[in-house]
Design a protein around this ligand. Structure first.
Ligand SMILES: [Zn+2]
Length: 434
């Protein structure tokens, strides 16, 4: 099971790695200073030149870049290369404001496929596999990134894209899919539809799931693995930094290895921007070390995680970040208590008999914020006595109060009453503004 795609880099010594990182950082800073006026002007205003960054730690002297900078520079303002040297464009799905636009040189696409090949192999994919990609093929980066990485490994790739769930199952059965790539919520949805349309995952050949592009807990992983029989690994990335391939889980599934030869990672306090100690949760900040078209300098991801430099049993030396459950901008404040929807999910899934289908509804009663959590329970549960239902409801409320300090109203609802598929059915509905 343990195979490393690129041991020369993934297993190099940390001393060699730091040396390589610093060399690449200097190159990147000079490249950006000369080619992106946005960075040049900001650094000049602070009387900083690339030569002033004399160590990896010195990177903290430089200002952060944030998503709003991409939006303000829309579409090509952060590009370090003219368009005739750029051979691919991707963009985030921004409906209300300018999307973030990124470009890739030929070299960037090669780097990206290398990074995604590491992801694929660490998750368990091999050249003899058949991979079905159920990410949407479009402006977003998920499908194209993993597509190129899997091809680089030699895997047979089926670009199934999203939608038409019954056809996905048919392809999975008839084409003998062994690797499934997609979002955890869509794979969960696939297993529901399979039940209804007579497909049994036991008859399929699925072995490996490479899942990501949304937060998901280890409880959801256990449930997906139970339903599908495959080993599910987390993949992480964001389009501003490169797309999927920034970090990945090995068989150990104890944090995601960051491809540190291509990205310098920092963890900062989201409020102060100051570094937090190893093992403490903060916001992940990335500096690209090899990107040509759109290098990022201290890019604030908005994702919250901790980073560990402890050695991993798999033999990779790259630092690992904890699974990303929450974003700095997801945080909801209810009567002065800060809470992340993902923390609510973790508690719910930990409680027996709760199916992983729920909805959080925020509303206002008078001047007070209220939170209601609707939870689907199993059909058999609904035949139980009212008293038992109430006791269960109370138990869930109590757990959420104890662990998160919130006082929600919990409502148990019948199976299938909460709409499926994350895109059209948000887990959080905030009615407080209306
Ligand atoms: Zn590992």
């Amino acid at each position: 099971m343990n195979e490393i795609w690129n041991p020369e880099y993934e297993s190099m010594s940390r001393d060699e790695l730091r040396e390589l990182q610093f060399k690449r950082l200097q190159m990147t800073l000079r490249w950006v200073y000369e080619n992106v006026p946005f960075h040049h002007e900001r650094w000049s205003a602070m009387k900083l030149k690339p030569a002033d960054i004399r160590s990896l730690e010195d990177v903290r002297k430089l200002p952060f870049t944030v998503k709003a900078d991409f939006k303000a520079a829309y579409p090509y303002g952060l590009f370090a290369l003219p368009l005739d040297k750029v051979i691919r464009i991707h963009a985030s799905s921004g409906t209300m404001s300018n999307p973030t636009v990124v470009g890739y040189s030929r070299g960037d696409l090669s780097t990206w496929s290398e990074l995604c090949a590491r992801v694929a192999v660490a998750g368990g994919a091999r050249f003899h596999d058949v991979a079905q990609i159920a990410f949407e093929y479009g402006l977003t980066t998920g499908a194209f990134g993993m597509h190129a990485g899997l091809e680089r490994v030699g895997v047979t790739v089926i670009p199934a894209s999203t939608g038409n769930t019954v056809r996905q199952l048919q392809i999975m059965r008839d084409f003998k899919t062994t690797v499934l790539v997609g979002t955890p919520s869509y794979v969960m949805h696939l297993t529901d539809v399979a039940l209804e349309s007579g497909y049994d995952f036991k008859d399929l050949q699925l072995r490996v799931g490479l899942l990501g592009s949304e937060p998901w807990t280890n409880q959801v992983r256990a449930e997906l693995e139970r339903r599908t029989g495959m080993s599910a690994s987390d993949i992480y990335g964001l389009s501003e930094v490169i797309g999927p391939g920034v970090s990945y889980e090995c068989w150990n599934k104890d944090g995601l290895h960051i491809s540190e030869d291509h990205f310098l990672v920092e963890v900062v306090d989201p409020q102060t921007g100051e570094p937090v100690p190893e093992g403490k949760e903060g916001e992940l900040v990335f500096t690209s070390l090899t990107k040509e078209a759109v290098p990022v300098i201290r890019y604030r991801s908005g994702d919250l995680a901790s980073v560990s430099y402890r050695a991993c049993a798999c033999g990779r030396i790259f630092a690992r970040h904890s699974k990303v459950y929450a974003r700095t901008d997801d945080m909801i404040v209810i009567r002065g208590v800060n809470v992340y929807p993902a923390s609510i999910e973790a508690v719910l899934l930990d409680i027996e008999k709760v199916e992983p289908h729920y909805q959080i509804i925020l509303y206002r009663e008078g001047s007070l914020d209220q939170i209601e959590i609707q939870i689907e329970v199993t059909p058999s549960f609904f035949t139980d006595a009212v008293r038992k239902l109430q006791a269960f409801q109370h138990h869930v409320e109590e757990r959420l109060r104890q662990e998160l300090g919130i006082r929600p109203r919990v409502r148990l609802v019948e199976p299938k009453s909460i709409p499926r598929h994350a895109e059209n059915s948000p887990r959080l509905i905030d009615n407080r503004g209306v």
